[in-house]
Design a protein around this ligand. Structure first.
Ligand code: DC
Length: 224
């Protein structure tokens, strides 16, 4: 069994950037579970699956195969054999993922895959329920967050740099709605477990957050 680091937190807290960097520094495999939920959401959008119909969701899940592979240390997500990584980061897919990931059949579909990967390797896995549900025995758990204002401003900046027209208030509203859905769903909601270390990145740079994760790792490794 590998050393498992779980990083959970709300949308826009910088999890993927930070988790990817920290994993690289540690030579751990970085597993972005959000991308797996996004791949299922993409299938639902493409096939017009009605997420409010449990039977439709279950039938769709039976048709879906998700796999991940690594190319140049970058996670690639395969949906029924097609590399869909390039299609996953849109707002449309993100919003659908936030809704569809609340469905039990969707979560059941990904749980074993995520656990299997962590069993074999040293992984740094990021998501919403990694410390609480996927890897409750993880050697190190981190809850990474930032204020809604900070997260919205970061997202606004990111979109502006890409030349995408956007509105800060709308982004803020979107983040609040997504937080609410992720934290209040019945199955595996986003929570900070008691044994997770809280990092609020509102006033921290990416480097500082990565550094604190590396320090926590060293401390934990020596105490084991
Ligand atoms: O981290 P992200 O924005 O790529 O995740 C997309 C959605 O997937 C998010 O709104 C909640 C869901 N998700 C989840 O429910 N559990 C995870 N472990 C990861 C993501």
């Amino acid at each position: 069994m590998g050393f498992n680091i779980a990083v959970d937190g709300p949308a826009g807290a910088g999890k993927s950037t930070i988790a990817k960097r920290a994993a690289q520094e540690l030579s751990f495999i970085y597993v972005d579970t959000g991308a797996m939920y996004r791949a299922i959401a993409l299938y639902f959008l493409r096939h017009h699956v009605c997420v409010e119909h449990p039977e439709e969701v279950e039938n769709a899940c039976d048709q879906i195969q998700i796999a991940i592979r690594y190319e140049n240390q970058e996670q690639q997500v395969f949906l029924n054999g097609e590399n869909v990584t390039a299609f996953l980061r849109t707002e449309e897919v993100g919003n659908m993922a936030s809704v569809s990931s609340a469905k039990p059949a969707v979560r059941a579909k990904l749980l074993n895959l995520q656990r299997e990967i962590a069993q074999k390797e040293n992984v740094l896995m990021d998501g919403r329920d990694i410390g609480s549900n996927v890897l409750p025995g993880a050697e190190l758990k981190i809850y990474l967050t930032a204020s809604v204002q900070t997260r919205a401003e970061r997202r606004y900046q990111e979109l502006k740099e890409k030349g995408i027209a956007c509105n800060l208030e709308e982004i803020k509203k979107d983040i609040e709605e997504r937080d609410y859905r992720d934290m209040n769903r019945d199955v595996s909601p986003l929570v900070k477990t008691e044994d997770a270390v809280l990092i609020d990145s509102s006033n921290m740079t990416i480097d500082q957050v990565v550094e604190s994760i590396l320090n926590l790792y060293q401390e934990r490794r020596h105490s084991l």
